[in-house]
Write a protein that binds this ligand. Structure first.
Ligand code: SAH
Length: 263
C-alpha cells in the first residue's frame, strides 16, 4: 500500500462544521496523529490507530506522521479550526523541509477547515466585512517585540484585528498590553469581541467596548478569539437581545489618528 498524508481541520468544535472532504479523509485513515484533545474528537473504529501527543511538540509530531506515511499508512494529521492557521499544516512542511529526501515522494494534501475567527465573526454578525488581519499573540515562536511592531502597523492601517492565542497561564499579560496599544490609537468605544469556545457546548460571546476590554483582558483564556473592530465597525442594537456587530464593506477615508485617540 502506498502511504499518504492529509492535514485536516476539524473546525472550531461542533461536528457540523467539519467539511465533507475532511470527514472523508478521517473515514479513510489508518492513523490519526495530533494534539490529544483533537485526536479525542475522532471516534474510535476498527482499523484506526490514534497517536495523541502533547501540546508544543508540533514538528516532532509532524515528522512522526510523515514517517508513518512513508511506511505506507494512510495518515491524517488533525488540527482544530483550519490546519493552515497557526496550526499543523505549517509544522508538516517544516518537518518535510528538514527531513529525508524520500519524504518528498509522499502525497501530502491539506483540507481546509473553518477557522476560529470566521466562526466567531458569523456568531456576531459580519465584523469581517471590510479588511482585516489575524495575529497570534503567542510569543513562544516569535519575540514579543515583533508582535507589538505588527500590532502598531495594523492599528495604523485601521484593519479589524483578530487575536489568536490571546492569553495563557505562561503568558498572562500580553492580551492586556495588546488592548492597551489598541486603545492608544482607536476610540474607547470601538467594539471588541471576546468569542469563547465557539461551536462547543460552553460557547460564549461577549461584546465589549475597547475601554471595557482593556479592563477585562484577564477574563479571556486560550479558548477565546479576541476581535478588535476597525474605526467603521459598529453595532446594531436590538430590544432584549445582543446587538449585531458589523463592518461595512465600503470605507470612505482613513480615520484621523488624533481624533481617534482615547483623549
Ligand atoms: N487552527 C486554529 C487556531 C489554532 S491557534 C483555527 O484555525 O482556529 C489556537 C487559538 O485559536 C486559541 O487560543 C483561540 O484564540 C482560537 N480558537 C480555536 N478554537 C476556538 C473556538 N472554538 N472558539 C474561539 N477561539 C478559538
Amino acid at each position: 500500500m502506498s502511504g499518504s498524508l492529509i492535514v485536516v481541520g476539524l473546525g472550531p468544535g461542533t461536528a457540523q462544521w467539519i467539511t465533507p472532504a475532511a470527514q472523508a479523509a478521517l473515514d479513510a485513515a489508518t492513523d490519526i496523529v495530533g494534539y490529544g484533545p483533537y485526536v479525542d474528537r475522532v471516534p474510535e473504529r476498527v482499523g484506526l490507530t490514534k497517536h495523541a501527543s502533547d501540546n508544543r511538540v508540533e514538528v516532532e509530531r509532524a515528522a512522526h506522521a510523515l514517517q508513518l506515511a512513508a511506511d505506507g499508512r494512510r495518515v491524517v494529521v488533525v488540527s482544530g479550526g483550519d490546519p493552515g492557521v497557526f496550526a499543523m499544516a505549517a509544522a508538516v512542511f517544516e518537518a518535510l523541509e528538514a527531513g529525508p529526501r524520500e519524504w518528498l515522494n509522499i502525497p501530502i494534501t491539506v483540507e481546509p477547515g473553518i477557522t476560529a475567527m470566521l466562526a466567531a465573526a458569523a456568531r456576531a454578525g459580519a465584523p469581517l466585512g471590510g479588511d482585516f488581519c489575524a495575529i497570534s499573540l503567542s510569543d513562544n515562536l516569535k519575540p514579543w517585540e515583533i508582535v507589538t511592531t505588527r500590532l502598531r502597523a495594523v492599528l495604523a492601517a485601521d484593519l479589524v484585528i483578530c487575536l489568536y492565542n490571546p492569553i495563557s497561564k505562561a503568558r498572562p499579560w500580553q492580551l492586556g498590553k495588546a488592548l492597551e496599544l489598541a486603545a492608544e490609537q482607536r476610540s474607547s468605544e470601538t467594539p471588541v469581541l471576546f468569542a469563547r469556545a465557539v461551536g462547543r457546548p460552553d460557547e460564549s460571546l461577549r461584546i465589549l467596548t475597547l475601554a471595557e476590554a482593556v479592563t477585562a483582558a484577564s477574563t479571556a483564556d486560550m479558548a477565546t478569539l479576541v476581535m478588535i473592530g476597525a474605526s467603521s465597525t459598529r453595532l446594531i442594537a436590538r430590544e432584549g437581545r445582543p446587538p449585531y456587530v458589523y463592518t461595512p464593506r465600503s470605507v470612505a477615508k482613513m480615520p484621523c489618528a488624533t481624533s481617534q485617540g482615547r483623549t
